[in-house]
Design a protein around this ligand. Structure first.
Ligand code: ARG
Length: 360
């Protein structure tokens, strides 16, 4: 099948679904489809109206099988950045995304949508996995920082960026337009809201000097709406505590903090059966939730998030839409069986529009 037919084949069901959800008439759908068909014939592609872009992005969130936070899909704010042309403008739009999303701790779900790609050699690209992430350095004492960022940190360094060398250095933005050289831009620290981790009862936690950033802004996925691909479309919600407390700090391949948490708690780490890892995990997660709340930064615990997801499932069912999901991602990494998600089956079919991984 020709590329143009493939595009039309995806545009048609999108327009029908989108317009129906927005309460538009059959006539409006018809007129728009004629317009789109002509545009594809003449230019090889069509352009989304702002309404299509906004509702399409919300649908993409609603269809994100791995996301437990989908109850709030309709509250997404869309920043239309399709008119931008330079790397500087890109960086500026990303900094503005950080600021609008952070909102002093009252986090707003936002997605910024850069120009679509009709020709790979002209693609707008963000190299960061998330807009805010901590660097990783190889030192004589082993890795310092977030091991998840080791290769990206090296890439930034090869382009001339230098970090201070602490375990929590915020990486620069790295953007690229088409075949031009990628360019990096430092994120002013005044824009990066961070939380110091302390525990409500165990004072010794502060010795660990843990900190994390407020807003997770995933920036390496492409957004596909009605057959059109937006390779740069960073999006954010707020954190669920376990992402930080049970993974980023806890994974042996990340900050690997469980042995140190156990040590400040005075746990017996000689025997697995003392469940020292489990006890350390729980208190680490208590500390994360407590610290974000204390510093006025939005965060959700996994029990509340699961209940919100249940409401999402009920809402969707009422409207007559099937909820698809990826069970292995929806269950929280801490006490999964205490949530309803664990005891349920989810169909992992990929509905469109959606966000997809793309090649590095
Ligand atoms: N799990 C990722 C992290 O720990 C963030 C992914 C998106 N999370 C979110 N709550 N929207 O940084």
């Amino acid at each position: 099948m020709k590329v143009q037919d493939q595009l039309l084949e995806k545009a048609v069901p999108f327009i029908k679904e989108c317009y129906t959800e927005l309460g538009k008439s059959a006539a409006e759908i018809e007129i728009r489809l004629v317009e789109i068909t002509r545009a594809i014939q003449h230019k090889g592609y069509y352009e989304h109206t702002l309404e299509e872009l906004e509702h399409g992005a919300k649908m993409a969130w609603r269809n994100s099988n791995r996301c437990i936070g989908r109850l709030f899909w309709e509250t997404l704010t869309i920043k239309d950045a399709r008119h931008l042309v330079t790397e500087e403008q890109m960086a500026e739009a990303l900094l503005s995304h950080i600021e609008i999303a952070t909102n002093g701790g009252k986090i707003r779900p936002v997605t910024t949508i850069f120009p679509p790609v009709h020709d790979q050699s002209e693609a707008f690209k963000i190299w960061n996995e998330q807009l805010i992430r901590y660097a990783c350095y190889e030192t004589e004492e082993g890795l310092v920082g977030d091991p998840a960022s080791l290769s990206f940190t090296k890439q930034c360094q090869s382009l001339g960026w230098q970090g201070a060398g602490t375990p929590y250095d915020v990486l620069p933005l790295l953007v690229q337009i088409g075949e031009r050289a990628p360019r990096w831009f430092e994120i002013p620290s005044s824009l990066v809201l961070e939380v110091n981790i302390s525990h409500p009862e165990i004072e010794a936690f502060e010795q660990l000097k843990l900190q994390w950033y407020a807003v997770p802004i995933v920036s390496n996925m492409r957004l596909e709406i009605g057959g059109i691909t937006y390779p740069a479309a960073p999006f954010n919600g707020w954190y669920m505590g376990t992402e930080i407390g049970a993974r980023n700090f806890a994974d042996a391949t990340r900050y690997n903090m469980l042995p140190r948490v156990a040590s400040v708690m005075g746990l017996d780490t000689r025997r697995d059966a003392s469940l020292w890892k489990d006890r350390a995990l729980v208190e680490l997660n208590v500390a994360v939730l407590y610290s974000y709340q204390k510093q006025g930064v939005a965060i959700v615990d996994h029990h509340t998030a699961a209940r919100q997801f249940q409401r999402f499932e009920e809402n969707e069912q009422k409207i007559g839409r099937d909820v698809t999901g990826d069970w292995s991602w929806l269950i929280p990494p801490l006490s999964p069986a205490t949530t309803h998600v664990f005891h349920q089956h989810y169909d992992n079919e990929m509905k469109l529009p959606n966000f997809f991984y793309q090649n590095e």
